[in-house]
Design a protein around this ligand. Sequence first.
Ligand code: SER
Length: 315
Amino acid sequence: MKKQNILVTGANGQIGSDLIPELKKIYGDSHVIATDISEKPNAETPFEVLDVLDAKAINSVFKKYQITQVYHLASLLSAKSELNPRHAWNVNINGLFNIMDNCVENKISKLFWPSSIAVFGPNSPKIDTPQFTTMDPDTVYGISKLAGERWCHHYHFSKSLDVRSLRYPGVISYKHEPGGGTTDYAVDIYFKAVQEGRYECYLTEDTILPMMYIPDAIKATIQLMESPSHSLGLRSGYNIAGMSFAPEDLAKEILNYIPDFKVIYRPDFRQRLADTWPESVNDQFAKADWNWQPEYDIKSMTEDMIKNVRMLTPV
Ligand code: SER
């Protein structure tokens, strides 16, 4: 079998931090090239500083490492995008074009690109949101993700690019600090619960959103990328479901471990974003095409998060 050389953009982000070690297990340490806009201490190796807005630099890194597969994770999340719409559009869409054009030119065998539940909007059904339905996102992030999905679909059919994508729900993990998303409260709450015993939540207590624990998100990503191309009927983004809950549900679970935990609810601008997103999604296509099945629920996730966050917290 031909050796694969995998390039990951946005490697320092939430998904990258957990995905890269898994890719290294499959392809070998020296075959997974981490890239990001800047290098952080303890960066994965090999590492290259790479701005996805620099098409020439992408081409040189592809050539330098003879890249065969790409996970293009670099993106601005929803809250950050809302505060800087043009920059978000530029990174999320022009960055995608730069990657896709270089993938076509360099005959990259497979490209992964993350989409989001933010592709849905206020007129999409809120519960069990179907794969195909009204999509009228009115967040900067959601607009860019829906456009990106359509471009992925277009490049697949017009340029034969083998591109694959998932509509991630809010992803919860402990290796990476929250990075500007709306669903990030569900990460932050664990750290504040363990470290301070109280949390100020920027969403109302009853805001239900689709969520997923990081091992399931990584499993879905790798499973999708390892599926035979002919089995994949969708080249936009697959709905994938994990669990759904509101901040008050999560707080209740955390109370089982930290009995005096207190949450204050002070919704800010992120409430509007969350209000336009689904509460749960229907993932029948992911189940049918590549056997998607999540493992974690709110209980097993909370047990694992509390254990890991405690381990990361100095006493
Ligand atoms: N987790 C993302 C965000 O909150 C949505 O997919 O920005």
